[in-house]
Structures are given as C-alpha cells and as structure tokens.
Design a protein around this ligand. Structure first.
Ligand SMILES: Cc1ncc(COP(=O)(O)O)c(C=O)c1O
Length: 379
C-alpha cells in the first residue's frame, strides 16, 4: 500500500538552518553567536532548530520565555541558554538550577532571582533600555539596578554574566536610532564598570545588527530571523543577497478542484466574483493554520510551476485559488511559499499580500500543520 498523503505540511530544511548559522558566523570577528529560537523557532520547531544551530557552531541559544528555556534543557541541550522574559512569581529556581542565564531590568527582578537561588548563584544579564522603551532599566534607573545586583553578587546569590539591550531600528541600518542606541549602551557599560561590574558578555545585535551594523556586535550577537533564511530588511535586501537560504516550504494538496461559471461569487462575503468561467482550487489551509486573513484576495501560490492568486476571503480551514483555465485535480500539490528558487512565492510575498513582515508569516504557522524535517544531521 502506498504511504497516506498529507493534507498539508511545512518542510523545514535543517541544512538551510546550518548554512545560515555558519553564514552569520562569518560576519563576526570575535563575537559569539546566539541563535534565537523563541516562539517555536519562529514556527520552524524549536528543538530541531536549536540542535541544527549547535551543530553549525552556535555558542548560545536564545529563548524569550521560561517554558522555552526549560524545554530546551529537557530536550537535552546542555549548552549556554539565555532567557529574557519573565513575570513576577514564575519558577525561577528551576531555571537557575538548570544553569539558564536570565535577564533583570528592574530591582524587583534581582530580588526574585536572589530568592530563587538554591545551590548555585543565578547567572544574570542586566538589561539597559537604550531607547526602545521595551524591557530594561532606563538610563536614569540604571545605577540603581547595577547596585541592587552588586549587593546580591556580594551575598553570593547572583553572578553578573552580561549586560544587554535590544535594537529598535536595525532593519533600517541608516537610522540615527542605531547610533544613539550604541552610544547609550556604551555609556551604560561604562557606568556599570565604574561601579565595579565587568561582565564577560555585552550584547545588543539582532539579525539586522549582525548583518549590517558591526559596531553593534560587542561580545555576542542574537540573530533570529536570519537563522531561518529570511531577511530582516524585506525586499530592500533580500535573503539571496545576504547569502541566506529560507528554510521553510509550506505546501498542501487540493481538497477539490472545480469549474465555476462567470459571475460566481467566492467565499464569505462573496468579495471576489469570477469574471469568466474559471477553475478554482480548494486549498485545505486557512487562518486556523496561521494563514493571514489579511492576505485574502491577493496572496500568491504556485501550482504546477505557475503562479496563481488566492481569491475571496481566507476562511478558518480553507481558501480558494483562481487557476483560470489551467487544469488541476484534487490531490495536486500547491506551494504557498518556499525559498523562491523554483519560482514559488516566498514568505516575503505573503507578507506583502497581508501587509505584514516575513517574521509573522512563518511564526504564526499553526500547530495543526505538521512540520517535516529534511537534511537532519545525525550524531
Ligand atoms: C531580545 C531579542 N533578541 C534577539 C531577537 C532576534 O531578533 P531578529 O529576529 O530580528 O534577529 C529578538 C526577537 O525579536 C529579541 O526579542
């Protein structure tokens, strides 16, 4: 009997992940590399991506939330892991005991970390807000944070392993905000040093910084999106020009193909009407799988090597593509996006159709779509 065929799948090329990590490493002179795998590896699968990244030489793995960091340890990752987003009352003791580096941007976080210590000091990266107004201590509060941390260092409860911040505008490398953030970061490091802190790791750069702003590299960089082969700069500087390979291909098989007459309305609200007799392919994926509903009436797909357009509204489980007069049958393959090497649309094309960024297209791909890993390196 032949293998049962899937409704849809996301193929994740782990060789592309390894290639991208290795390519990012070539951009660094002495800085270490942290591969960011938060949000299930930007939708690609956190554990397989982290494993591939380690194989390609990632020194660190970056996770946003505690569950992610603990899941990485549970999956057998014994290397350096940094986790930066916690809320009051979370089980920090587990993370400290697991040797996960954590972030603190306010004195209450230092208190919680110190309280979570059992047999080994908490490893802490102090966060300075250099201008994005997200996490971290604003420069006015920075000395207070550093002093609170130093008090716990003297008590043997914490170890300051890093000072860090995050760039707001590295997708626009010429933005004056980048220079301003670097300057604020450097002066926060000076202040910390004058108070007696000498952390081994100063880090600021995301993918945009890693690729376009060497002055943001310091001791460690934290690229996320570039790991997955997508450009942080969108069409301004596509991934091919950066030497990156998109790792994900989303494909499905038509659940139905049918001919409709001129004047037939399509999908909820009948927002598209066939101008002439047309063949429609029914794709068994919708916003319940993470396709953006905003991409209704415009997102591109590829069928038998030809580009076609989604017509009508994207529903929860399905959407329709106008095949014109092309022939197709239920079960035929439709590629929603991929690396673009064979003319298929890319995550950037879907982002354009939905008015969003490539990050959101891959990251929101739902759990209902099975991931299939190819080019896994074993051993
Ligand atoms: C703190 C932090 N560092 C690094 C990254 C990676 O960013 P990017 O995917 O733009 O490389 C993110 C993601 O937004 C982040 O929140």
């Amino acid at each position: 009997m032949s293998e049962p065929q899937k409704r849809a799948e996301a193929i994740v090329d782990l060789a592309a992940i390894r290639h991208n990590v290795a390519t990012l490493r070539t951009r660094l002179s002495s800085a270490q590399l942290m591969t960011v795998v938060k949000a299930d590896g930007y939708g690609h699968g956190m554990v397989p991506v982290a494993r591939a990244a380690r194989q390609a030489g990632a020194d660190w793995i970056g996770a946003a939330v505690l569950e992610e960091a603990l899941d990485l340890r549970a999956a057998g990752d014994t290397g350096p892991i940094f986790c930066w987003l916690t809320t009051p009352g979370e089980p920090l003791e587990q993370a400290i005991a697991a040797g996960i580096d954590l972030s603190a941007g306010a004195p209450w976080e230092i208190d919680e970390l110190a309280a979570g210590v059992t047999d080994r000091p908490a490893r802490v990266h102090l966060k300075i807000d250099t201008g994005m107004s997200r996490g971290g201590a604003v420069p006015e509060e920075w000395p207070t944070l550093v002093k609170a941390a130093l008090k716990e260092v003297r008590a043997g409860r914490i170890e300051i392993t890093g000072i860090w911040s995050h760039l707001s505008s590295s997708d626009e490398p010429k933005s004056a905000a980048n220079e301003a953030q670097v300057a604020t970061f450097a002066s926060a490091v000076d202040v910390a040093e004058s108070l007696g802190v000498a952390p081994a790791l100063r880090h600021l750069a995301n993918s945009g910084g890693t690729l376009a702003l060497p002055e943001t590299h310091f001791d460690l960089v934290r690229p996320g999106i570039a790991t997955y082969g997508l450009s942080p700069f969108g069409h301004a500087l596509p991934s091919s020009e950066l030497g990156l390979r998109p790792a994900m291909t989303l494909r499905a098989r038509f659940a139905m193909v049918k001919r409709v007459p001129a004047g037939a309305g399509v999908s909820y609200g009948l927002t598209w009407t066939a101008p002439k007799p047309s063949t429609l392919g029914l794709i068994p994926l919708g916003y319940g799988d993470g396709l953006p509903r905003h991409a209704s009436n415009g997102a591109p797909v590829q069928v038998a090597g030809e580009r076609h357009t989604i017509v009508g509204r994207i529903c929860m489980d399905q959407c329709m593509v106008n095949l014109g007069d092309d022939e197709a049958a239920a079960g035929d393959e439709v590629i929603l996006f991929g690396p673009g090497d064979h003319g298929e649309p890319t995550a950037d094309d879907w982002a354009d159709a939905a008015g969003t960024i490539n990050y959101e297209i891959v990251t929101r791909l739902g759990a209902r779509v099975p991931r299939r890993y190819v080019n896994e390196e074993t051993g």
